[in-house]
Design a protein around this ligand. Structure first.
Ligand SMILES: O=C(O)CCC(=O)C(=O)O
Ligand SMILES: [Fe+2]
Length: 374
């Protein structure tokens, strides 16, 4: 009989912390119920609901995703157990920022700007479980849970990412699969499921960093989307269209979604990539570990990054003649851009400090994005 390799360890279920009782200034985010997606006229109605959130807020919440809550809780249990492994074990598969590779474990080694306070978050980014990523190194612990991680990873793409990209296409009057085809699950892309944990900090240390665990930033995936499964420890804030900071409230069973830099670039700013930050939680939650589950969608490695030929963008004057005639051959491709951006932001000893960098632009070939770090 073959020896049983790596039997699955039993995991403690993850207990979601209670929500804060403080009445914070919550962002009034639109809630899009995806359960209506497949009913007649459903997609079109959802696209109408999403339009304002997508173009003015850059953030919204989806519910009715059909992803069973037990599966989400199970992923959180796996994540929680992973972060409790000895550091030597977690270090075995590190992110290699020298080449802009975000897959693997990110250890909190960097100092915050010029302070003596270190980052307080750890993360593990898991690639798709498609044949292209079979040979990507994974922790032994993670391998034992692959039979659950792989289908969950795909389900998130299928039930949320795919549907949202269809809604984006409807809003932009493009063929329904325009964005889906450029983010196909079965071709190589830097998509990843992320487990992330923030550890509580002393009030004293948090004061030194102005209570900002992550300074204001936009997400830098392309044609892309970030999904954050409901997080009960309040800390995420977005900058509203009126330039106010407002807190993101968890919606039971919901997923907070935001658009990222390049989809904004590729729609000539029509879709909003909104600045957000992570701050010290409210007083009744400052002692808590903040465990999170995310999905980051990225375009196919070989997809040329060119503005979408959308009738809406054309009609509203967003597309220039150069946009319409740009050559696919000269355009930067998905992989090249993502790797360059990850390397630029993360391959450093200290985090960047929050300065108003509205004049700074990050550019790779034809693709230029405003480098906001507020
Ligand atoms: O932890 C959060 O709520 C948000 C994290 C975030 O903004 C990011 O990882 O880009
Ligand atoms: Fe972010």
């Amino acid at each position: 009989m073959p020896a049983l390799i790596n039997p699955k360890p039993n995991l403690e279920p993850f207990d979601r912390p209670k929500e804060t009782t403080e009445s914070l200034d919550w962002a009034p985010l639109a809630i899009i119920d995806l359960s209506a997606f497949d009913s007649p006229g459903g997609k079109e109605a959802l696209a109408r609901q999403l339009k304002d959130a997508l173009t003015r807020w850059g953030f919204w919440v989806v519910t009715g995703t059909g992803i069973p809550q037990e599966q989400v809780d199970r992923q959180l249990a796996i994540a929680n157990a992973f972060f409790k492994l000895p550091i030597e074990e977690k270090r075995k598969v590190p992110c290699d920022f020298s080449v802009g590779n975000y897959f693997g474990y990110r250890e909190p080694t960097r100092f915050i700007g010029n302070t003596d306070v270190k980052e307080n978050m750890e993360m593990l980014n898991l690639p798709k479980s498609t044949p292209d990523y079979d040979s990507v190194p994974r922790h032994e612990f993670i391998k034992t849970f692959q039979d659950e991680i792989a289908p969950f990873h795909r389900l998130v793409w299928e039930n949320v990412i795919r549907k949202l990209f269809v809604l984006f296409a409807i809003i932009l009057e493009l063929p329904e699969n325009y964005f889906v085809d450029r983010h196909s699950y079965d071709v190589p892309s830097e998509d990843h499921l992320r487990y992330m944990i923030y550890h509580p900090r002393s009030a004293e240390d948090d004061k030194k960093i102005n209570e900002q665990w992550s300074v204001g930033h936009t997400d830098f995936g392309q044609w892309s989307l970030t999904l954050l499964f409901a997080q009960t420890v309040a800390a995420l804030q977005i900058r509203t269209p009126d330039n106010e900071w407002k807190w993101v409230k968890p919606v039971e069973g919901g997923i907070t979604c935001n658009a990222a830099d390049t989809i904004s670039f590729l729609t000539k700013g029509y879709i909003k990539s909104t600045v957000h930050r992570v701050v010290r939680p409210p007083a009744d939650q400052t002692h808590l570990e903040r465990l999170g589950l995310f999905y980051f969608a990225r375009p196919g490695d070989d997809v040329p990054m060119l503005p979408a030929p959308s009738p809406v963008l054309r009609r509203e004057g967003f597309l220039t003649k150069e946009d319409e005639t740009a050559s696919e051959e000269d355009a930067v491709k998905g992989y090249e851009y993502v790797r360059a951006r990850v390397k630029n932001v993360h391959d450093r000893k200290a985090t960047r400090i929050a300065v108003n960098t509205e004049d700074t632009v990050f550019k790779v070939k034809n693709l230029a994005v405003q480098d906001l770090y507020l």
